[in-house]
Design a protein around this ligand. Sequence first.
Ligand code: NAP
Length: 249
Amino acid sequence: MGSLEGAVAVVTGASRGLGYTIAEELGFGGAKVVVNYARSREAAEELAAKLSENGNGQAMAIGADVSDAGEAQRLIEETIGTYGRIDVLVNNAGIVIDRTMKKLAPEEWDKVVQVDLNSCYYTVKAALPYFMEQEGGKIINISSFVGQAGNFGQTNYAAAKAGMIGFTKAAAIEMARYNVNVNAIAPGFLETDMYNSVPPEVQEKILSRIPLRRVGQPREIARAVRYLVEDGDYITGETMSVNGGIYMD
Ligand code: NAP
């Protein structure tokens, strides 16, 4: 792809946290960004306004629960309706419901798999005809080191995030013929609101597991997304670990 200038990028779950920073990185890089959200309308609209004013391109917020196939389809159709194309799709929306299996209810398993994994199939399926027609595009799925290593109290999340990695590889094989690259990024612990609210002794325990002795910054993941978009033409089916060494393949 080379440059973000004029590219149309959809970032799911971009009203807060990592998705917000990814949308910023792509928007300030020159892309027209669709800031997707589920509930945080105000935050998403503020970000879209900021990107429209200060970015090189345009931006708009679209509310859509991507765990619903019809809503995911509407997100892509509204993007095409406004911008006429889609060049980049970042599947970032995600939730956790952490419980040991002993306590985990089937609905809590289903909910996490629905939001974190099934949503990726829904958005990619909806965008597929446009990517095929354009004969080009970049799809980036935000997985987690937990999908590679597992983690206590996160069977649902680990299964969904591991599923994203398998989905990424199979989709990469299918979509290569249309010149569409499909990759995953597996972040380690990131410095987000959630991490900052964890008590210092728990933070200490987390840090002791990370060889680089610090948690990652959302910007470091956003830069990896941008790298894959701008310079990743010969990378597909890959899972890029950006994790301070907490898990090594
Ligand atoms: P976050 O701060 O909780 O933000 C989640 C975002 O996803 C919000 O914008 C939220 O929108 C959106 N969202 C949730 N459910 C949605 C749905 N059904 N449809 C559309 N949007 C939805 O999460 P985060 O920490 O930034 O994590 C972002 C991604 O990175 C997730 O996939 C997560 O698994 C992955 N990750 C995070 C870390 C970490 O340490 N934070 C580490 C590894 C991987 P609303 O605001 O509207 O609810």
